[in-house]
Design a protein around this ligand. Structure first.
Ligand code: NDP
Length: 481
């Protein structure tokens, strides 16, 4: 591992393929002076390019052209993301499709979004319009770059803003491709620029920059809190999509074939590097042993392989240093007294020697209060807990700082409704898991975030409401009214 190149050398950021350790590409790191110039260019584009005053249906044409541009390079982009962060090619293809769908959807929102004519209470007509903020910062993590970039950039542009997009230093290669495609599609120069480099340095400088008027962030809770503090000082809005420790619940009346398949997919898909990973499995006590046994059997047969191998189900983790974090997480679970029921190790053999692989891992025997049950592994690590009844489940399910998502398996729709309403989560999946569509709001309760992306309000996130009044009075206004 020490032989791997550091991710920043001189003024270059180096992307390393986590399946092989090979260098995939290099980008130039943004300096503080570059950042000043980019913010200035963003404001110039905002004021002078005509984008903000373009009628929404004209903006929609450009967003559609960006979607076409991504579609034309679908396979190349999916392959690049696979090499940039190690996700299986099939998942990367799905993420490129999602990015295309997101640009098309926000083109549609441009065409259809409505503002309000507000009730008249005097001699005037009043209504609202949406105004862009100006230059906004979008900061994305490494787990699904093209998809996360699109989720922020499409509505931010649709609302008329100029965007500074900061991808993670661990997956820097997709954002420049998106900016290139957008420019080719007719987006005015300067409306989408990419900031590269370390989050703690240039990312923090971007958030703190006086020229940035709004921040949209997806990433870890600690970083989100720091960004929220800076935005609070600046009195600018921050939309924060943060981490999770989502409960995935199986009641005794559930369809167990479906439930077990979903539990396995919910945690081991994307090698667990998903904010909505169902990382805490709760099983009703009478069927606990059977469900856990079936989950372990399936976890042991998952095909862990190179991201482009036939039939691959789990690729490597996104970086070698992230694998170190996962190893430490499982070591701590051991020291807390957890039973490692499967996995808990780096796989052996020539196929895995060069990559950041880790085995699907299932743990039990720990109480809800343990750090293993409280903190996010952001890797292929499932912790299993039994529950007695609904009250016990709800108490344990809500006993973390997070509140991003949950899954509930039961044949009783009334119980699904009750438990779904009682669990503190931004997304509730009943007899399904990890569905996420661009038309439906997404975000977290508690430490999982503030604000909702996606859906029509995903555009409003990047706009400020202005109230307009047209006077109709026949007499001059008097001082005392
Ligand atoms: P981080 O919070 O470390 O990083 C996320 C992004 O923020 C990266 O671009 C990072 O840059 C940047 N960044 C880091 N520090 C700062 C800072 N001080 N100021 C501004 N930007 C900064 O998270 P991870 O990259 O480790 O991503 C994993 C986390 O993201 C998990 O906790 C996961 O749950 C969460 N996540 C949440 C999602 C959601 O929608 N709720 C979706 C996906 C992930 P750099 O990488 O260069 O340091």
């Amino acid at each position: 591992m020490d032989a791997l190149p550091p991710s920043i050398q001189g003024d270059e950021l180096i992307s390393t393929d986590p399946a092989t350790g090979e260098v995939v590409g290099r980008v130039r790191v943004t300096t503080p002076a570059d950042l000043d110039a980019m913010v200035e260019r963003g404001w110039q584009a905002f004021h002078q390019s005509g984008w903000k005053s373009l009628l929404p249906h004209r903006r929609a044409l450009v967003l559609q052209a960006i979607a076409d541009g991504i579609a034309a390079e679908k396979e190349a982009l999916a392959t690049l993301q696979m090499r940039d962060n190690g996700k299986p090619l099939a998942e990367c293809r799905g993420m490129v499709e999602s990015a295309i769908g997101t640009f098309r959807y926000y083109a549609g929102v441009c065409e259809t979004i409505e503002t309000d004519v507000t009730p008249q209470r005097g001699d005037y007509v009043s209504f609202t319009v949406l105004e862009p903020y100006g230059v906004v910062a979008c900061i994305t993590p490494w787990n699904s770059p093209i998809m996360n970039d699109a989720t922020k950039v499409a509505p931010a542009l649709a609302a008329g803003n100029a965007v500074l997009l900061k991808p993670s230093e661990d997956s820097p290669l997709l954002a420049p491709e998106l900016a290139r495609i957008a420019l080719k599609a007719g987006l005015p120069e300067g409306m989408l620029q990419v900031v590269q480099g370390r989050g703690a340095e240039i990312g923090a400088a971007l958030v703190a920059h006086p020229g940035v008027r709004m921040v949209s962030f997806t990433g870890g809770t600690t970083t989100g809190r720091a960004i929220g503090r800076t935005c609070g000082d600046k009195l600018i809005p921050a939309a924060l999509e943060l981490g999770g420790k989502s409960p995935h619940v199986v009641f005794a009346d559930a369809d167990l074939d479906h439930a077990v398949a979903a539990v396995v997919a919910g945690i081991f898909g994307s090698a667990g590097q998903s904010c909505v990973a169902g990382s805490r499995l709760f099983v009703e006590a009478p069927i606990y042993d059977e469900v856990v046994k079936r989950v372990i059997e399936r976890a042991k047969t998952l095909r862990v392989a190179a991201p482009d191998a036939d039939g691959v189900e789990m690729g490597p983790l996104a970086s070698f240093h992230h694998r170190e974090r996962v190893i430490r997480f499982v070591d701590r679970a051991r020291s807390e007294g957890g039973n490692i029921l499967c996995g808990g190790a780096v796989p052996e053999g020539a196929d895995y020697a060069r990559g950041a692989y880790y085995l699907p891992t299932v743990i039990d025997g720990l109480p809800t209060e343990s750090l293993t049950c409280q903190e996010e592994a952001f890797g292929p690590v499932l912790v299993c807990l039994p529950f007695r009844d609904e009250a016990d489940l709800i108490a344990q399910g809500n006993a973390t700082a997070f509140g991003l998502a949950c899954g509930i398996w039961t044949e009783s729709f009334k119980r699904g409704w009750r438990v779904g309403r009682a669990l503190e989560a931004g997304s509730v999946w009943i007899n399904t898991y990890k569905q996420s569509v661009t038309t439906t709001p997404f975000g977290g309760f508690k430490n999982s975030g503030i604000g909702r992306e996606k859906g029509i309000d995903g555009l409003r996130l990047y706009a400020q409401v202005k109230s307009m009044y047209f006077g109709l009075h026949e007499q001059p206004l008097s001082v005392a009214r």
